[in-house]
Write a protein that binds this ligand. Sequence first.
Ligand SMILES: [Mn+2]
Length: 344
Amino acid sequence: MQRTDYLRISPERKAGIQRLAAELVAGRRVALSTHMNADGDGCGSESALARLLAQRGMPSRIVNPTPWPGLFDFLLGDAAVDDTARGSAALAGIDLLLVVDISDVKRLGNLTESVRRLTIPKIVIDHHIASDDPAGDIVLTDTTACATGELVYDLACELELEITPEIARSLYAAILTDTGGFRYSNTTPRSHAIAADLLSHGVDPEEMYQRVYASAPAGRVRLLAEVLSSLGVDERCGVAWLTMGAGSLERHGVRSEDLDGIVEHARSISGTRLALFFRDLGYGKVKISFRSTGDVDVNRFARGFGGGGHVKASGALVAGTLDEVRDRVVSEAKRFLGCSGAAG
Ligand SMILES: [Mn+2]
């Protein structure tokens, strides 16, 4: 019987890692950053990289555009220092910037302009569909990677760094969350092979499940109940959507990280091809999450609203009121699906 070595790294990816490794010089001070409202992939990749860089004699700090999510506090420990509170001032005096899980520099929010102005080497490790405005010039990107954490894992292996139990937990959190618990279409034999290796390096899968998926504050479940009551469905076209008004987070005492995965409830409805979640940010802008089932390319749809991401999971920020944006985007979605009939 022939076995496949799923952990083998493709020559292209190896070359990308080696290009990047040339910048990983001992003594250089690094700032790590990821997108606004960091998710498990962003946080896990950052906390793993902080420890991996330390093995190469590189001190690093995490400088994110929005606060580190409490849900992922357990990944930080002593080794990964969060300097986010200092804002762009924390980028002064660094020798290298390493941005993860971002294809477009604008996803760095309030750090975007400071990052553009940096003249030091800027590295991007990412698995989103490329944009024409990346956050750096040395780019390791591969849309076939299930998570940025997969690329960080490959970097660790290729550079023969040690996968400590803390690093293994961080990378597992990255892959676990970006694959929706190994359920989304980006789940591959390789995702499972890496997860297997991470278990052998000390990850306890039940502990990870409890920390990531079973540690919700009661407010998150109450908010979920409220958001679910907003459900709209067009069964004929296969579109389902959820909305959340401004101020709901505050009212339930929860944070934006508590919204992660909420759009999946719309996607879970039988026959749904395109699911949407509209969140009123309260200052004339609505954040939209797009998810799809089957061959619907929501990256292409989201591009029409200035957003993007992945083929089956994308986002956009649109100006307007919640009702206006929802009505417009839902009817655009029906048209996008070739279902713009009069009854639509
Ligand atoms: Mn990701």
